[in-house]
Design a protein around this ligand. Structure first.
Ligand code: PMP
Length: 357
């Protein structure tokens, strides 16, 4: 059995060299005599891994000194700072965050819900609350394929909270105006189970009194991310992925490669006379998750099924669109190579030719 090309949205492809390294030291980590999986999360050896992983993230993401890096559990949705917040809902994930926030605080939509969502409404149509504790946005909607390439405009004194689960280190990230930048690691940074929260120092310690301890930035910070047992193996895998990213040339280089990869596919879509159709506004088209329909704007489900079957027959998996939007979705995270993307491009070209003879 050979490895398939995995275009899945997450958990997603991890670089081969990272998995080979992890496999080689699975039973015996360094000269500890045990596996990473068997080691105390408070041991000196594991503390060194935490410290190194944080330092690598700081270096590669150019995290400003006034931010802390925390390794946490369970996503960011339970962590709220105050009584009112604004939400830019641009797809399923920001919608989920908004609905979760409503349980705890006065969360408001900045613009009304539109369906289907294909762009971000212009800022003059936004209704922002100057007293909001933060303005939340999802840097890249993994299901809808809508990406913010520039951070949204926020009102003075209202920090941005960004969910970067599907864009971690896929391109440089500007921390200006941000208060919290968070995401899971299972797409661009390794394995599932680890949540990274990058929090401006002055915001730590202002959480609601009902905040569970495992979701408290203050408790996490005061305990160097080991208040309770963290996802030790995921931290280790992220450590290896960060070293791989560094070797590749960092976020700027990955951005260049990711742009080339996405362009290969978008060019085919745009040159297909609507055989392939991507509904997303060009200035917000995601570099990481490319959703499209086959057989016209509404998609032809039979044709899409045939396409997925041909992809599988050619060793490509994970291309089925999310059930809420249908169609096809190609996820081109950092670990996917230009050559692997070219295989998908080739399949798309040949599939159209064969169906339109
Ligand atoms: N935000 C985004 C942008 C996502 O893509 C996902 C998962 N696909 C989540 C949040 C939720 O992540 P988790 O399943 O780790 O809670």
């Amino acid at each position: 059995m050979t490895r398939k090309i995995n275009f899945g949205a997450g958990p997603a492809k991890i670089p081969e060299s990272v998995m080979e390294k992890a496999a080689s030291e699975f039973m015996l980590f360094g000269n500890t005599g045990v596996s990473i999986l068997e080691m105390s999360h408070r041991s000196a050896d594991f503390t060194a891994i935490i410290e190194e992983t944080k330092a690598l993230l700081r270096e590669l993401m150019q995290i400003p000194d006034n931010f802390e890096v925390l390794f946490m559990h369970g996503g960011g949705t339970g962590q709220f700072a105050a009584s009112s917040a604004d939400y830019l809902v641009t797809g399923s994930w920001s919608d989920k965050a908004f609905k979760e926030a409503q349980k705890y605080l006065d969360a408001r939509r900045v613009f009304p819900q539109v369906k289907p969502i294909t762009t971000v409404p212009p800022v003059d149509k936004w209704e922002r609350n100057p007293d909001a504790a933060y303005l939340y946005y999802c840097a890249n909607e993994t299901i809808h394929g809508i990406e913010f390439f520039d951070a949204p405009e926020t009102l003075p004194g209202v920090p941005l909270v960004a969910d970067i689960s599907s864009t971690f280190l896929s391109r440089p990230f500007d921390f200006t105006n941000h208060g919290v930048v968070l995401g899971g690691t299972q797409k661009n940074l390794g394995a599932a189970g680890l949540t990274v929260a990058i929090v401006r120092k002055d915001l730590i310690g202002h959480e609601m009194t009902i905040t569970p301890s495992v979701l408290s930035y203050k408790i996490s910070h005061d305990n160097n991310s080991v208040y309770n047992t963290p996802s030790v193996y995921s931290i280790y895998i992220t450590n290896l992925v960060l070293k791989w990213i560094k070797e590749k040339g960092g976020a700027a280089k990955l951005w260049e490669i990711n742009t080339q990869k996405a362009n290969q596919i978008y060019e085919i879509i745009d040159g297909s006379n609507d055989f392939y159709h991507c509904p997303i506004d060009k200035k917000h088209r995601s570099l990481m998750n490319l959703p499209f329909r086959i057989g016209g704007p509404n998609g032809d489900e039979a044709l899409e099924k045939e396409f997925l079957a041909e992809a599988t027959a050619n060793g490509m998996i994970g291309l089925k669109g999310h059930r809420s939007v249908g169609g096809i979705r190609a996820s081109l995270y950092n670990a996917i190579t230009i050559e692997e993307t070219a295989e998908l491009a080739k399949l798309m070209t040949e599939f159209q030719q064969a169906r339109q003879k």
